[in-house]
Design a protein around this ligand. Structure first.
Ligand code: SF4
Length: 79
């Protein structure tokens, strides 16, 4: 299997994401200043929440991923 096919297989879960047709602004940093309930409600019913959680944790993503608020590591130290 080529490297590209491995990456495509690893990211195949995205095609099943409950948020794939949602407004992205619900899930990214500006949402952290406002309400996050809409994004969290979408995540609760997502069939790939485990895959999303692994991806976001390994990639240290920020925003709303797998129903959790995630902040960049440099901001965590400020809390
Ligand atoms: S868990 Fe939430 S952020 Fe992750 S793919 Fe599903 S709907 Fe999107």
């Amino acid at each position: 299997m080529t490297g590209r096919k491995v990456i495509e297989r690893q990211r195949a879960w995205v095609n099943h994401a409950a948020c794939r047709d949602s407004d992205p602004t619900l899930f990214f940093p500006d949402a952290l200043r406002g309400g996050t309930k809409k994004a969290e409600r979408i995540c609760v019913h997502c069939p790939v929440i485990a895959e999303c959680n692994t991806y976001a944790t390994e990639g240290q993503e920020e925003g709303i991923w797998a129903g959790k608020r995630r902040y960049p590591s440099h901001k965590k130290s400020l809390r």
